[in-house]
Design a protein around this ligand. Structure first.
Ligand SMILES: NC(=O)C1=CN([C@@H]2O[C@H](COP(=O)(O)OP(=O)(O)OC[C@H]3O[C@@H](n4cnc5c(N)ncnc54)[C@H](OP(=O)(O)O)[C@@H]3O)[C@@H](O)[C@H]2O)C=CC1
Ligand SMILES: O=C(O)[C@@H]1CCC=N1
Length: 272
């Protein structure tokens, strides 16, 4: 039995715990640490999983999944460093933080795998990208892949691509939610009741996503099939082009990538 401890059971940590339970892990195989006692009590009540201290997590878990904000990593590493025994695997979900940060602050030889998941994990539809640090073996990577496969799709990428992955699929669900929100507003503008507008747009998003995933067709082909000559869609597309939506998306995702790099660099100067 592999015991997994999630350090920081916030939005993504909780999504992972609930996804692992839905994927067949037993509550006694999972542990978590949290700062606020009310949050710990709430999660234990909801999932039947034990809240532990970092020391207990380091002692009892085989895999320690770090899911605190990148800005909160310092104290977590300070707490873990004197407690980690050989053989424990660190899995970092933190945007921007390189495996080298963990390797420099934790005992020599500690294996680390960097992961960028996303919140669709709560419905078993995560997109996770995984990259090994210098001490992680293929067995470590296979274990992480197996864990994440319970909650969605997994790809292996070189760590040098993780900041781009973070900007694209880590943050990606937020861009879709933003678009959906704006499209629902458009329905309101055109006089539709809110509940009708929501239903029309959410189902259109689900249908479009399924077509992308299941037909194997390129998005351009799928869009062209909707865009009739002298029809309605081409008038909308012209407005999207006029307003620079494509350029805005390119710039937005580039800015997210830059922020990921910056979050990693923020820890570079601290002595180990
Ligand atoms: N949300 C997302 O879509 C994604 C997030 N990530 C990454 O996951 C990480 C967590 O993000 P997210 O879940 O959104 O953030 P949250 O703030 O929701 O979760 C972080 C949790 O960790 C807790 N925490 C902070 N420090 C400690 C500590 N020392 N010991 C125990 N618990 C601690 C926080 O408690 P408190 O609230 O009291 O501070 C909070 O509950 C980030 O590094 C982010 O980059 C990766 C992919 C997607
Ligand atoms: O916004 C963030 O920083 C985190 C990382 C990817 C998604 N959410």
């Amino acid at each position: 039995m592999t015991t997994i401890a999630v350090l920081g059971a916030g939005k993504i940590g909780e999504a992972l715990l609930s996804g692992l339970l839905s994927g067949g892990r037993r509550p006694d195989e999972l542990l978590f640490t949290e700062r606020a006692p009310e949050r710990s009590a709430e999660l234990t009540k909801r999932y039947g999983i034990s809240a532990v201290t970092v020391a207990q997590a380091a002692e009892r878990a085989d895999v320690l999944v770090v899911a605190v904000k990148p800005q909160d990593i310092g104290p977590v590493l300070d707490d873990l460093a004197p407690l980690l025994h050989e053989g424990k695997l660190i899995v970092s979900l933190c945007a921007g933080l390189p495996t080298s940060l963990y390797e420099s602050r934790l005992p020599e030889g500690t294996p680390v795998v960097r992961v960028m998941p996303n919140t669709p994990m709560v419905v078993g539809e995560a997109m996770s990208a995984i990259s090994p640090g210098r001490n992680a073996t293929s067995a470590h990577l296979a274990l992480v892949e197996e864990l994440l496969a319970c909650v969605g799709t997994v790809v292996k990428v070189p760590e040098s691509q993780q900041d781009a992955v973070t900007a694209l699929s880590g943050s990606g669900p937020a861009y879709f939610f933003y678009l959906v929100e704006a499209m629902i507003d458009a329905g309101i503008l055109l006089g539709l009741p809110r509940n009708v507008s929501e239903k029309l747009i959410v189902q259109s998003a689900v249908g479009a996503a399924k077509m992308l995933a299941e037909t194997g067709e390129h998005p351009v082909t799928l869009r062209e099939a909707v865009t009739s000559p002298a029809g309605t869609t081409i008038n909308a597309i012209r407005e999207l082009e006029n307003h620079g939506v494509r350029a805005a998306l390119l710039a937005a995702i580039e800015a997210a990538r830059d922020r990921s790099v910056e979050l990693g660099r923020a820890h570079e100067d601290r002595p180990s």
